[in-house]
Design a protein around this ligand. Sequence first.
Ligand SMILES: Nc1ncnc2c1ncn2[C@@H]1O[C@H](COP(=O)(O)OP(=O)(O)OP(=O)(O)O)[C@@H](O)[C@H]1O
Length: 488
Amino acid sequence: MQKDADGFYTPGPGQSLTTSSPVRPPAYHQMPNTAAPVSPKPATADAPEDAAAPKQDAVTDLIKSTFEVSVTLADQQADPNSPLFSAKTFEELGLHQDLLKGIYDMGFSKPSKIQERALPLLLSNPPQNMIGQSQSGTGKTAAFVLTMLSRVDFSINKPQALCLAPSRELARQIMSVVVAMGKFTPVQTEYAIRDNLPKGASNITAQIIVGTPGTMTDLIRRKVLDVSEVKVFVLDEADNMLDKDGLGEQTLRVKNMLPKNRPVQIILFSATFPDHVRNFAAKFAPNANKIELQRNELSVDNIRQFYMDCRNEEHKYEVLVSLYKLLTIGQSIIFCQHRHTADRISQRMTAEGHKVASLHGAKDAAERDAIIDNFREGKEKVLITTNVIARGIDILQVNMVVNYDLPLMNERDHFGNKEDARPDIETYIHRIGRTGRFGRKGISINFVHDKATWQQMEQIEKATGKQIIRIETNDLDAMEEQMKKALK
Ligand SMILES: Nc1ncnc2c1ncn2[C@@H]1O[C@H](COP(=O)(O)OP(=O)(O)OP(=O)(O)O)[C@@H](O)[C@H]1O
């Protein structure tokens, strides 16, 4: 593979990998541009120091991690603790050499905990459904991408694996993993995201399609996307994709259009599966093997959580500005509840000479792609956004997340206010999970400014079982000290 001027990976001469879409996936930020050995890459002593790289022991800790997952097999007679259902190495999974090459080329040497438990179940035959849960940043994407790649018949030029995600940003990121992992295979891929396919496009021949549910439905309905050969259907951020108040209806529509006369392996993954979607998930993916987390293990311990006591809304803005120096040590994401807040604070900070970017769903597709790509490539250090990128986005250099507004459930009281709204625990867990990826250290800071936000934060603390520590808003040095310590 070669990197073009914009930092995108393109197939080299003689390489048949194609992404037929005009929207290119973001450059896979960890993908080294070297020939691939078919064994794990040895760590070299003279490798350049990557500021975002986790200390080797952090990665090893994550891989060894003993966080409790409970595995329930659809076959009740089978023993989930049998070594048959666990893989300590990628070799023992029986993957095609070309896929092993792709994995090692990405720098993965051993399966992470979720990969170790999920992959043997995902790859076994006959294919079985899976409902898989594991904390943010622990490697769920590779588990379902490998499954899609290993089930595709490259000699058939028809869609065979569909993957849905809640945002175009996440769909593009998943595609970058499909392209990187499938680098040594002839896989063809296509997006099902808005403003992507040319108007007259009539027939998708790619084998793996990644997109958002509205566009996927539209393409299937218009018969641009033929689903007759589909054998794998993946929902990333599955609880969000199945939520009746959210994307649930559209996702169900896609499922209902899949072939009825052949088995389709349904794979649901998320870091969270709140009670209200669990039943629906079980119906959506019947007889699934299940990997579940304990309630108090929902977020990883390497993300230290803080809060700052602000006097009022205006003081929140002042505190954010005073944090700027710390926000730019690595990269940071500031979450707001509304688009207009994201726009307002980013315009104000820009006018005051700070360099920040803002991203939300009201921006057009090309602008959204450019903003996230710039941030991914480190050209922007501070991204002010809404829940649109709360889930899934994997940028290793992000070491700080600020909840400028706490995430709230989409409920209003009789007067249309959200003052007494309950905190949205799942979104909180996903938001803070944008940092602390794959064993790295990260910090999150919540701004609280009145009784309601204080109570909401208390509920979050209780629900997640993780302590949220106070930091002074008026002692910058002490604040800096405390944060640097947390990141060490
Ligand atoms: N076996 C592995 N070895 C080394 N790095 C890995 C391995 N598996 C995944 N990673 C890296 O870990 C990071 C997080 O993975 P991924 O984005 O799949 O997390 P996730 O579990 O899907 O998180 P989220 O719940 O936030 O979506 C990625 O940068 C990925 O490249």
